[in-house]
Design a protein around this ligand. Structure first.
Ligand SMILES: [Zn+2]
Length: 58
């Protein structure tokens, strides 16, 4: 088993980038702006405004 470093996932990510069946979606916590109402970086998407979601399946 190869040892690969864990991707830098954000709390809002449900799947790692490149995962088959997963797709990028707008972060619901910040509506895709990457920032919260108080101007702080969104913790769910890490400020990217997008999170990875698992599509189809558990
Ligand atoms: Zn966000």
């Amino acid at each position: 088993m190869a040892t690969t470093p864990e991707p830098d996932l954000n709390p809002g990510d449900e799947a790692t980038p490149g995962t088959p069946g997963a797709g990028e979606d707008v972060c619901e916590a910040c509506s895709g702006s990457g920032k919260l109402a108080d101007g702080k970086q969104c913790p769910q998407c890490g400020g990217s405004g997008r999170v990875m979601r698992g599509i189809g399946g558990g």
